[in-house]
Design a protein around this ligand. Sequence first.
Ligand SMILES: Nc1ncnc2c1ncn2[C@@H]1O[C@H](COP(=O)(O)OP(=O)(O)OP(=O)(O)O)[C@@H](O)[C@H]1O
Ligand SMILES: [Zn+2]
Length: 696
Amino acid sequence: MSEAATGLIDTRVRVAVDTPQHSGLTGPLDYLSERALAPGSLVRVPLGKRELLGIVWPGESEQDTDAALLRPILGILDGLPPLSANWCALVEFAAQYYQRTVGELALSVLPPQLRELEPSQLQLRLKRVAKWAAEQGQRSQEESESKPELSEAQAAVLAELDTLLQAPETPPPVLLYGVTGSGKTEVYLRAAEHALAAGKQVLVLVPEINLTPQLEARFAARFAGVATVSLHSGLTPAQRLRNWLAAHLGEARLVLGTRLAVFASLPQLGLVVVDEEHDPSYKQQDGARYSARDLAVYRARLEKVPVILGSATPSLESWQRAEEGKYKRLALPQRIGGGALPRVRLFDMKTLPVKKGVMTALTTPLLEALRRRLERGEQSLVFLNRRGYAPVLHCGECNWKSDCPHCSAWRVFHKGDRTLRCHHCGFTERVPSACPSCGNMDIAPLGRGTERLEEQLAEALPGARVARIDADSTKNKGELEAQLAAVHAGEVDILVGTQMITKGHDFRRITFVAAVNPDGALFSSDFRAPERLFALLMQAAGRAGRDAEQAARSEMWVQTWHPEHALYKSLTTHDYEAFAAQQLAERESAGLPPYAHLALVRAEARSVEAAKAFLDAAAAWAKQLPDARQGVLIYPPVPMAVARVANVERMQMLVESSSRGALQRLLWQWLPELGALKREHRGLMRWAVDVDPLAI
Ligand SMILES: Nc1ncnc2c1ncn2[C@@H]1O[C@H](COP(=O)(O)OP(=O)(O)OP(=O)(O)O)[C@@H](O)[C@H]1O
Ligand SMILES: [Zn+2]
């Protein structure tokens, strides 16, 4: 030890650490080590007065700094194989593309517990993982469920996949475009089976935690004896570390997870699947605002493995790439067993007799339709994308409304626990018994959310078993599983819920789906709102008639004031392709993604003026960069849709270019300056950049 210490202490290593943003340190830092360390090794290093976890980063250290100024590393997490070069390359790309530092991103995607682990604790964890893997292996393959016979379309898709896999070059990303209920999951299972049999690890991404149990069960049933782990934010820190280690050590062969799983360490990765690839949840909304779908594609290319993006309503970005031939499109145009998609009926709200006051969502014809299903013993699903009892409470005397004192938003009335709750900042109070402004006792809810809809349905249809699934009804662990199980078991007649119930679930008994108030998104200022609405309604429709025997009489009911709208016309014919073509044409003529590339620079401050002053100054600085600004347009700052949250004013500035490269070049030169600029703007609290933002 002492010999090595004297002889080799000056071996330089580059280490990625999570340096605080204000430190101005952006790249990996140089340290001294007693011995050369493989890139990807985990080490403990000093930074200021602290001791941090770091990753030995690939690449050359800066030889010109004086070795006497460098500090030695403090320890090595022995027994842990290094992170692969591909993993480091993925993180490096993501950090660059989304404008973060490598160290920050790398450390933020590792399980948090890894940071505090003593070497002795690590040894213990490693032993436990080995034991867990041995137990998993004991279930015999024979316990696996039998495989269904493939439909013709599934077989054709798999044959094409096979050809792609056998070609010598890296396969292009595959866009699996399959209508709802067409058996996309079976394709994932078969593709996974191939990869597993070839000794590879498989990564499957799903958009939301609430879809993981169902998928986990399907994979577990098919692959008994194959060590499987999940990775998502609902795990305890200990579970997350264990699962991450299992994947990193190659013990877990199958990894299922939400967006953060795209960064799982998978030394033998052989296949990536992104289910419901259009889903907005794949975009991280704070910190490094990455798109897990896009990174999955990047990672697959890096590792030279196939990636399957599956959806009934692909994102327009992916669809466009398939149209250009950059992605290989494989289609499953029919439902399994020949079941039809539900007939879509647009109900024109204008045909209702005009009455004073709030319109009811439960129109007489809708109640009739629900009653018919009840009589036949069939299930219905009623979809409303707004939770709570009513979005606002209102006083008819003085016009008081339940606004949030801290946000530019209403507080939502939750009847169950008699609270007024702000869905933006969380500010919660008990419902006042009289108007806080004039004392009038008669304050009334305006509009409706799922809670009220549930109540009204139960009143209007006595005897019907009505259940509600939304973020409020599923707060506690196990509630969602229990509620879904009740639906599957036929213990529910009418299921009310938010978009949570429209995605992915393989409900077998539902023959009727109603969207009671979907118009809101038609006229939104966000150019992606129609795309999201269309996908949501197609997904919702997709929950009906999944059992081929009932498919013929399955129906979707859409209550709208705008039945003539092109979006609804495409919905009635289940014509995603027509909708996509129309939207893409609009986007092209308006110069919007995927024909242009966007970034948002956001600022948060105590006052509107401070936020605006910072963004104005930032824009002025960028205008001095003639080279970088080539072909890049910077728009004036505007308030965000919800301008004030928790007493913070939020503004944003759109940056646009038809060239991804030009946009990236500008951001690279520009953003490092904003740190210095922030110091000159005292009122500014935070700024951030969102590359490829989803919501504008
Ligand atoms: N080849 C097959 N033979 C019999 N049943 C099948 C076959 N393939 C899939 N299924 C069944 O068909 C149903 C629908 O399949 P799946 O849930 O995979 O559809 P999907 O395309 O993922 O739909 P969604 O987009 O709505 O999630 C499932 O119950 C599945 O078990
Ligand atoms: Zn609030």
